[in-house]
Design a protein around this ligand. Structure first.
Ligand code: VGL
Ligand code: ZN
Length: 218
């Protein structure tokens, strides 16, 4: 099915397209680099407007396993709830934390940095992981009149999923461009994965799943 992009009110959300989340980076997502050309095609064609997010942690961030003397991918409870502990990644001003150098940023009007408060993580483009403290992106999007957000980037089951859920909660129409995303895909209970769980939550929230080639400009 073809979907018409309504250029004045549709925006592409480019989530955490940073070398730190790609093979060779600190928190590598399998195939993470493959989203770059797909996103560049979306930015050159169907979408006139885009925003980006950038994971931007201080050293010794609360989401880093080493900060707690723990191993990566263990889960802990912090003051705002459960937190997966990650290898050190997305450290401010390191090469891995830059937007990927091949990303076409011409149509990216705003980049929201997140996760810079030392004691709290931020997966979502809209709120810190307490799901209350805003990043300010909602104000920007509202002021510019955007009503529908198409998400692309990394990782499907964490920052893309949390952003998409919050966007629904804030009243946007939301789609995830599946082939413009890649997942971390951690095992959860009874043979499921974080990607299975994220998909289920997003479907329940009314998020649409689309493929890049189905999107065309009017
Ligand atoms: C992300 C884990 C930690 C993401 C960021 O971009 O999905 N995942 N920080
Ligand atoms: Zn992070």
């Amino acid at each position: 099915m073809t979907r018409i992009i309504v250029q004045p009110t549709d925006i592409l959300g480019v989530v955490d397209v940073q070398p730190t989340f790609m093979p060779g980076g600190e928190l590598p997502v399998a195939g993470g680099h493959e989203v770059v050309p797909v996103i560049n095609r979306l930015l050159a064609g169907p979408f006139a407007h885009a925003f980006a997010t950038q994971d931007w942690h201080p050293p010794s961030h609360a989401s880093f396993a080493a900060t707690h003397g723990r191993e990566p991918y263990e889960t802990v409870v912090l003051h705002y709830g459960e937190q997966v502990l990650w290898p050190e990644h997305g450290v401010q001003n390191t090469p891995g934390a830059a937007l990927h150098p091949d990303l076409d940023t011409a149509r990216i009007a705003v980049t929201v940095r997140k996760g810079f408060h030392p004691g709290i993580d931020s997966y979502s483009a809209f709120f810190e992981n307490d799901r209350r403290t805003p990043t300010g992106l909602d104000g920007y999007l509202r002021a510019r009149g955007f009503r529908r957000i198409f998400f692309a980037g990394l990782a499907t089951d964490f920052c893309v999923a949390w952003s998409a859920e919050d966007a629904v909660r804030l009243g946007y129409e939301v789609c995830v461009i599946e082939d413009a995303c890649r997942a971390i895909n951690l095992p959860t209970t009874d043979g499921r994965t974080t990607l299975d769980d994220a998909r289920k939550r997003l479907h329940a929230a009314g998020v649409g799943f689309v493929r890049a080639e189905s999107l065309v400009a009017r």
